[in-house]
Each structure stands twice: as C-alpha cells, then as structure tokens.
Design a protein around this ligand. Structure first.
Ligand SMILES: [Zn+2]
Length: 849
C-alpha cells in the first residue's frame, strides 16, 4: 500500500524551554485580535502549537487553573471527579464586574427561568459550552483551551461586549478518563513527520475507545440517567444555572463534513418545544457565517435528531435551554480523506472560531433567549395543569434500595416526589400509604417527568439516532400507574435519603434476608467471600423471627450461624442493613410454620462463590462488557477477571465458575477455544451469553434454535422504488425499545421477583424458539410485547411467544442466554437481577427427567 508522508506543519518548530511562541505567527488566531501579554498563551504554556500533539488532561487542568490566577475574568471550579479521580473543571467566565456579583446574577436568572416577569434588559445571557464528553473526539477537548484563553486575554470592544452581556460556563473535559486513554494512544504513536495514511496506528482507535468513560459507558447517553459521577457533576451544574444555550462539541467520522443543530425536523421528541428549533437556527447564524467565510461545507436538518432525551444537546430542551450539537470530521493528526487532507490543528481552529461566534451570537439574541426561557416556564405550567394525567403513583415495597435509586434519579432531574399518605387502588393495583409515592404533573419539571414516565409507541418518523423507548418505571421494574384524577392523598415533597434498615437481633440459629433486595447479591458474595455458608430457599416459608412472624419468598437467603463466627456474622448483617438497605431477620429455631421447609431442609440449598471471567477486548461490545464490569465491580463488589478472547485458548479455565460473553463479532472464536469452552461447561462451568454472545453459545454449545427474525423487507417480492429504501429499512430495525415478557418466578433465575411481568431492553431481532426442555424458557416474550419505543407490527408479531431468556443444564454445567441486554446503560435495575441470578443460582435447577 502506498504510504503517505506529509509534513504537518510547514514550519515544524524545534522548541526549547526558553522559546516564546508568537500567537500571531501561528496563523491560528485572527490577526485583528489583540491579547493581554500578561496572560500566558496556550502555546507558551504547553511548549508547542495547538494541534501539534494532544494536550494531556493534567496539562489542560493546570492551564485552566493558571488562567484563573492570571485573569480577573475567569473563575475555576472542580465540579466533580471521574472514576479515575481526575477533576472535572468548569470555568465561569464573565466581566470582572459580573463575576463580583455572580450569586445575584444567578439568582435573578433562576427567578426568570421559573416564570417570574423581570426586566431582562440588563440581564446577561447564560451560555454553557462543553467539551469532550466523548474523549476520543480530540478536537473537542483541545479547542476548549484557545477558547478559554481568548475569553481570558482578548482585548477590545468585541470581547468587552461579550463578557459584559454574558456569563459563560466552560466545562472541559466532560470525560477526562476517556480523553486520557485517547491521549495516551495518540502520544504513543505521534511522530516528528506527520503521517496521513489512515492505516497508521495513530488513526485507529484502540479497544476500549476513548469515547467512553472508565467503565466503557457512553456518557452522552447519561444526561437523564446519571449513573456515573461525571454526568452527576455536570447535570448538577446545568440545573444550578439553567443556561440559555448549551453547546456540545463533538467529532464524527472522517469522511463527513461539519454538522450543527437543528437536526432532522421530523425526528424531534414530541416533548420538545417547537419554537426552540427556530430560535436555535437564529443562534447559529454567526457560526454558519464563519464556516462559509472559511469555505467549510456543512449540513444540518438531517442525520442527527432530538429524540432520545438523555443526550447533551437534547436534555437541556426539556428545561427551556437550547441544546446545540456540533460535529466535525475527526482527525487525530493529519489524515487523508475523500474530502482532502484533514488536520487536528485545523479542527481545533474551526471549533475555536465557531465557539466564539456562537457566544457572540448568543449575546446578540440575548433578549429572545431570555424571553424564551420565561415563556417556556409559563407555557409549561399551563400544559402541566391541563394534562389529563394528573400524575403517577408507584411503589416497590419489596426493594427499598431500588426505590431509593429511582427517587435519586428523579431528584437529580429536579422532579418532586411526594409520599402517598392514604392507601389507593388504581386499575386494580394496590398502592399502600407510606410505601408508595406520587409524582404530580403540575410541577416545573413537567416535560422531563413526562419524558421519564410516559410511553411512546407512535412516531412521525421511524428512524432513530439512538434508542426509541426508555420509560423509567419499566426499566426499574417498579409497579406504577397513571393517575387520571386528583383523588390521591400525599404528604410534603420528599427529601431523598438512603433507606437504612435497623440491625437484626442476634440470631440463635440463622439470619434470613429476601433476595428481592437490590443489594442482596452484594451481601451474598460478601458472605461467601468471608467463609460463611449462605443457602437459598427454593420455596417460600413462614417463620417466627425477632420481628414477629414473617412470610419469606422463594429465593430467601438463610445464613446458618452454627460453626461460624457469630459476632462477625451479626456485624455483617448489621452493616448490610445500614449500608445496603437489606433488612435481615433473626431466626431462633430451625422449625418453621411451613410444611417441608424447616431450616435444615434440602430445599434450602447451598450456594457456591462465583469466580467470574468476563471476555473483553477487540470484537467485543465495549458497552455491554462495561455494563457487566460496572454492575459487578462498582455496585455489587464482585470481582470479575477481564480476559481477551485470544487469552482463552491458553488460560486454565478451571479457576473460573462463570464465563460471560456479551455482544460482539464471535466468528473469530476458533475451534480449539470452542471445544475448550464446551468441555469446561460440561464439567461444571456456567456460560452466560448476552445478545450475540448468546447467539454464538446457542449454536456452539447448546445446538439450540435461535431465531434471528428476518427483517420484513427480505420477504418482500414486489418491486419497490429505490427512493423508499431507507424509510422501509428503518421499519425493520428495533434500535432500542422496551418489551414485555413473562418471567417464570418459580425458576431460580426468577428469584427475587414478585411479579411475572418483566420489561426488558431489546435492540435487534434475536430470540429463541421454545426448546424441548419445557422449563428452559425463563422469559417468554408477550403476545403484545411492545411497551415503549419503536418496533414494527410485523416484528412484534414475529417475536411474540418466543423466548428471550433461556437456561439449560449442559453436563454438570449450565448455559444461560440473554437475547436482551439485562444491564442496559446501568439503569435497567429491573432486569439486572436476572443477570446476577445467573451467577448465584445457575446450578439450582436440573434438566427434565
Ligand atoms: Zn461525540
């Protein structure tokens, strides 16, 4: 292959520590811009030109800190820390006079934002520019540096007008761990002579890509979910200010051009205010003009949308802020593309100018933007009042920790919740006082609460950039109903606190706790790790406890005290009550009130400690692998050994009890490894497959019939106009919808569930035919499966009655296959337990005789 060697910078400067770069000479800043010479430029701070190499996160943080020390216009704040303990920085930038009265400005802005009529003529516009939510999109993070420098150091009328009339929040990097992973790769393959050949290592992203955070989550899907510290920190900042505009800078594939919002007009979520897109189009006038002046081709109103509400450019719209997405073609250094030579430096320069043009434009449209927020708030109150749905009632008394996480998610999205104070029945479902909660429609965050609670199954356009359905009570597996009348009684708005449980009394014979508790698997693992001998009840039973007589569900964990360190066990149970909301009960006798279920019964079986191997690496879905890793490590304190496919061939698998293979391309698993996995399973291992990992195992290990439903179009025998192709093909995709299934809660894999209905996240058309083993179909897809999101009627019909979770014994081992993703994006608390059950209960069932 022909190699391209091109010199990147016409004058590659060999610098020494005493060399002082001239900004003007760098052909980066506008020659007309004068800078305060007392403020150190990025070039002089870093010792190289922007774009010459990627800036490390520690350098970015240090430069921002220094700017705040050198400039009266800049204030520096650490708003949170990433998983790897890197600080996430927000700079607040305005005129020195504005910064001095910042709390007053903020308070007034929030009053306006809440619908109070104010004289806005002397109020600044609040503009938030954020960078690097995808850490591998290199020009995003690095362009934050010259923008911050410009705002701190530029001189003259234009900058004074900008700073006097706006408060600018600048957050970089939103995802410092991903960005640092990318920088480490980038710097490793950097060369003196820039290499534009796309085959060069620098231009390929390693696994896991820097797009994601430490646990390989896409943080730009986490704005409303907030299951990681990074989004928790920036979404809090958003709510502290409710900026008028929120700009999100990204990169896209290198063969593309440049994109900015507004997106495809028929792919806007119905909850997004229609006026917003018109105003947004006005606010990008100056960026548009800059791009034209630089002869940069761009597009908008296609490809990207405002449907999934959890993205950075969409979420703000639910609160009256204008989210604006920018995307430009990616280049890590210099890169040959069909559109010509792309360069990292030029990309930084483009975003520098576009960012400043946007900020200036926001000042010019200040009155319209402030007025929009005021009107938005007033209209929202009106719409909320007129909604025929007065609110939602929900409860999950069997799982206080899960309810806490749900309430916390609502609270982080500024949704008020009140406790139900009088029992009520809605559509035949009972909700008990002090165990159920109500979210009322009539509140300021009405659009977001509708976005979280309502189901949407009809769409103007069936093409989705991201998932089409995410209804939160379904994802959390929480019983809920719409309230069509205001006939409910509630208390004051709840302050969300963790539901600590009281310690149990010291047990004479055993402790018992229900498996329905979210953190029960964490406690189970800890007990096993500490050498205790927890057992699980295969039937429900009634027993006398320290808290009176209690009925225990199937799946209850019984921890005998005999031959154990009693005081250590008691302190573990007390700690779990305090830290993980697990109520446990002290049993003083082996005798129970249930026939055949005394505590010494064989129906209460021993559990073995799982030793989990998670397959990771190239050709594995980093998202799904990350979800498993995060759930086990961060939430459940269960170790998982991360091993690549290529290691499997040589590794001694006998050290592991469970192997997890998630979605990915698995045709590359060779015969030798397949045979080894088969032997390992037959001799007692549990193989867990998810999505394509399940498909692979169903064929290679179980010889099970998988149904990958053929898209309707493949059965089409009529002639169709080519122009309809993309529309028709979109019909065949299930890109992320929530489906109803019937869970066998009498099967060990269904332990901990109190209802048979289970909502799971489906993307794609994989399912299993009913197998010869009538007990193997753990979740059967409902006859009318679609709960929320898009799936064509044909696809729904084809999926109906098929199996989405299969469990079979194979020799001494087990194979457990998930067609749906039980751990999706860390917020499907409702199906995570199915996955965790596959670790602890995979040997509790037997094949039919
Ligand atoms: Zn991106």
């Amino acid at each position: 292959m022909k190699m391209f060697f091109k010199a990147l910078f016409c004058c590659l400067i060999m610098f020494s520590s005493c060399y002082v770069f001239s900004s003007a000479a760098s052909n980066f800043y506008s020659p007309a811009t004068k800078f305060n010479a007392d403020i150190i430029s990025p070039e002089n701070f870093l010792g190289h030109q922007l774009g010459e190499q990627m800036v490390r996160n520690d350098q970015l943080v240090a430069y921002f800190k220094m700017l705040s020390e050198q400039s009266e216009r800049v204030s520096f704040e650490v708003i949170g820390y990433s998983h790897e303990r890197r600080p996430i920085i927000t700079l607040t930038i305005s005129s020195p006079a504005n910064l001095k009265k910042l709390p007053e400005i903020q308070q007034k802005h929030m009053l306006l934002q809440q619908g109070n009529a104010l004289n806005t003529s002397n109020m600044p516009v609040i503009s938030w520019i954020n960078f690097g939510v995808h850490g591998s999109e290199v020009s995003s993070t690095d362009s934050a540096i010259p923008i911050a420098y410009h705002l701190a150091a530029a001189q003259g009328k234009e900058i004074e007008k900008l700073l006097e009339n706006s408060v600018i929040l600048l957050t970089a990097s939103m995802n410092p761990d991903g960005n640092s992973r990318e920088a480490s790769w980038n710097l490793r393959y950097q060369s003196e002579v820039a290499i534009s050949d796309p085959a060069h290592a620098l231009h390929g992203s390693p696994w896991p890509s820097g797009r994601t955070n430490h646990y390989w989550f896409d943080l730009n899907r986490q704005w409303m979910l907030q299951q990681h510290p990074e989004p928790v920190s920036w979404v809090k900042k958003f709510h502290d200010w409710r900026p008028n505009i929120v700009a999100d800078f990204h990169e896209m594939r290198s063969y593309k051009s440049f994109y900015f919002h507004p997106g495809a007009p028929d792919r806007v979520h119905p909850l997004i205010n229609k006026q917003a897109m018109g105003l947004l189009s006005d606010v990008v006038e100056q960026p548009r003009a800059y791009l034209d002046s630089a002869a940069t081709l761009f597009f908008n109103e296609e490809a990207y949308d405002n449907f999934y509400l959890g993205k950075g450019a969409t979420y703000p719209h639910l609160y009256g802020s204008l989210g604006i997405l920018f995307e430009q073609a990616s280049s890590a250094g210099v890169l040959e593309t069909p559109r010509g030579l792309l360069s990292f430096r030029e990309n930084i320069k483009t975003y520098y100018h576009v960012g400043l043009a946007l900020l200036n434009n926001a000042v010019d449209k200040k009155q319209a933007l402030l007025n929009y927020q005021y009107q938005f708030s007033k209209e929202t109150k009106e719409t909320a009042k007129n909604d025929s749905v007065k609110g939602y009632v929900f409860s999950a008394p069997e799982d206080p920790a899960k309810i806490f996480h749900f309430l916390q998610l609502l609270s982080r999205n500024k949704i008020d919740v009140k406790p139900l104070t009088k029992d009520m029945t809605v559509n035949g479902k009972s909700f008990s006082a002090n165990q159920a909660y109500v979210v009322e429609s009539a509140q300021a965050s009405y659009p977001m609460l509708k976005g979280l609670f309502s189901k949407v199954t009809r769409f103007e356009n069936n093409t989705f950039y991201d998932v089409s359905g995410w209804t939160m009570p379904l994802a959390f597996g929480i019983e809920y109903e719409e309230l069509k009348q205001s006939n409910y009684q509630v208390g004051e708005v709840l302050a969300v606190t963790f539901p600590h449980q009281p310690s149990p009394s010291e047990a004479q014979v055993a402790y018992a706790f229900e498996w329905s508790n979210y953190y029960a698997p964490k406690l189970m693992y800890q007990l096993l790790q500490e050498g205790f001998r927890p057992r699980v009840a295969n039937n429900g039973f009634q027993a006398e406890t320290d808290q009176g007589q209690k009925t225990f569900m199937r799946g209850t964990v019984v921890v005998p005290v005999s031959n154990q360190d009693k005081s250590k066990l008691h302190s573990l149970m007390s700690q779990a009550a305090e830290q993980d909301a697990i109520a446990s009960y002290a049993l003083q006798s082996s005798h129970t009130q249930s026939i055949g279920m005394d505590l010494g019964s064989n129906n209460i079986e021993a559990i073995e400690q799982p030793h989990v191997l998670l397959v990771i690496g190239p050709s594995i879905s980093q998202y799904q692998a990350g979800e498993v890793w995060h759930l086990l490590d961060k939430r459940m304190n269960i170790p998982s050994v991360l091993v690549t496919k290529s290691q499997l061939e040589k590794l001694d698998l006998n050290n592991y009890s469970h192997i997890v293979l998630v979605d990915g391309q698995h045709a590359n698993i060779n015969k030798k490894t397949t045979d080894k996995l088969l032997t390992w399973t037959r001799s007692g291992g549990t193989f867990i497959g998810i999505a394509d990992g399940a498909k692979w195992a169903s064929k290679e290990l179980l010889d099970l019939v998988t149904v990958e439903i053929s898209p309707g179009i493949e059965n089409q025998r009529e002639r169709i106009n080519y122009g309809q192709k993309s529309h028709l093909e979109a019909q065949d995709i299930i890109g992320g919808a929530v489906m109803l299934g019937d869970l066998d809660i009498t099967h060990p894999l269904g332990y901990g569930y109190v209802r048979r209905e289970v909502a799971s996240h489906r993307s794609g058309l994989l399912a299993f035919e009913m197998s010869k083993n009538p007990y193997a179909s753990i979740v059967q897809i409902a006859q009318k499966p679609l709960l929320t999101g898009f799936a064509s009627v044909e696809n729904q019909q084809q999926l109906a009655g098929k199996t989405s979770l299969v469990a079979q014994r194979l020799g001494k081992g087990s194979v457990i296959l998930f067609a749906d993703d039980p751990n999706f994006r860390g917020y499907f608390y409702g199906t995570e337990k199915l996955f965790l059950n596959s670790l602890f209960f995979s040997k509790l069932f037997v094949s039919p005789r």
